[in-house]
Write a new protein. Structure first.
Ligand code: GDP
Length: 139
């Protein structure tokens, strides 16, 4: 049975460019309910821990630097089939390949600065949500 929650964050460049409201509007209009939400800044070491799965990839250092260069907006989202439906809403990793109407098509600047994160499995959604939020922060 698939879980109905996913984890997302608005990346530093999109927060700095004042796109939080626009992205949250797309998320809510896409049928997602916000279960938890906060703004925070990760250290490079926390970003490294979060993206540990990519530690061997050539862009790992750049990714950790980009994700810790300014505040992010972290959130847990709820919808039936949340993980897959959210991946559809945000679009391809590379904005050049992202479909019209997706968050990345609208707000990504590059394959690296691609506006939002979305969990890729129910298991990772649970792990990533717990990295940022305690039980009393979820409603
Ligand atoms: P996602 O699941 O669509 O976010 O993509 P991945 O899990 O493959 O990659 C995680 C994040 O690493 C992406 O969202 C990008 O911010 C970054 N990333 C992915 N591919 C590249 C790349 O080729 N170069 C750089 N600089 N960053 C990348």
């Amino acid at each position: 049975m698939s879980s109905n929650r996913t984890y997302s964050m608005i990346k530093p460049h999109a927060v700095a460019d004042n796109h939080v409201g626009g992205i949250l509007k797309m998320i809510e209009e896409g049928g997602f309910r916000i279960v938890a939400l906060k703004k925070l800044q990760m250290t490079a070491s926390q970003a490294g821990e979060f993206y540990n799965v990519h530690a061997e990839r050539p862009f790992y250092g750049e990714l950790c630097e980009m994700m810790s260069e300014g505040p992010i907006v972290a959130m847990i989202l709820e919808k039936e089939n949340a993980v897959l439906d959210f991946r559809t809403l945000i679009g391809s990793t590379d904005p050049a390949e992202a479909a019209e109407g997706t968050v990345r098509k609208a707000y990504a600047k590059s394959k690296s600065e691609n506006a939002v994160h979305g969990s890729d499995s129910d298991e990772n959604a649970a792990i990533e949500s717990s990295f940022f939020f305690s039980g009393i922060e979820r409603f």
